[in-house]
Design a protein around this ligand. Structure first.
Ligand SMILES: [Zn+2]
Length: 174
């Protein structure tokens, strides 16, 4: 089987950021999937499942009620590897154009107070598995990263570098 595009990126080189991971064309409509990466894969602890679950709920509720984004949002959900989220939107915005709404949503998460939206047995499949304090902590860290890190690596997956060997042979470093 072929690797799906987001798996074919070298995960040893991914740093946190917002990356276009997939583009699907359905008839006349484009649908874009972004990798909202919060952690450097395999190099730092991933996010706890309960905190991921809380971020999923609070950010989904925020996006689904957002005046500008509610009609463009198709999906928001956690990665199984617990290092980030996927957001799927209508159209083909650039990753840098997703930056303001992602930052806004994570700021909202970092300052969130009160009951976790939808954390009830009627609305959730595992309503006791939530961790608001850790969700806020992880969101605050991501906001700090997004507002301070180098923009050059924030919106583009690392390029696979073509290296030249001394004997002139070329190979792709991956
Ligand atoms: Zn839930």
């Amino acid at each position: 089987m072929d690797l799906i595009p987001s798996f074919s990126v070298d995960h040893t080189r991914i740093v946190p950021g917002i990356f276009e991971s997939r583009l699907d064309i359905l008839g006349d409509e484009a649908v874009t999937t972004f990798d909202v990466r919060m952690k450097t894969p395999n190099a730092e602890p991933a996010i706890g499942p309960a905190a991921m679950h809380t971020i999923e709920h609070v950010v989904a509720t925020y996006l689904r009620n957002h005046s500008e984004w509610k009609d463009k949002l198709i999906y928001w959900g956690p990665m199984g590897c617990l290092t980030g989220f996927y957001i799927i939107v209508k159209g083909r915005p650039a990753a840098s154009e997703m930056y303001p709404i992602i930052l806004e949503a994570f700021r909202h998460m970092s300052e969130y107070e009160g009951e976790v939206s939808g954390a009830t047995p009627e609305n959730c499949g595992n309503y006791l598995m939530h961790d608001l304090p850790m969700a806020k902590w992880e969101a605050r860290r991501y906001v700090e990263y997004l507002t301070s890190a180098n923009r050059d690596s924030m919106f583009e997956y690392p390029k696979t570098e073509k290296l030249k060997l001394e004997d002139g042979q070329e190979f792709f470093d991956s």
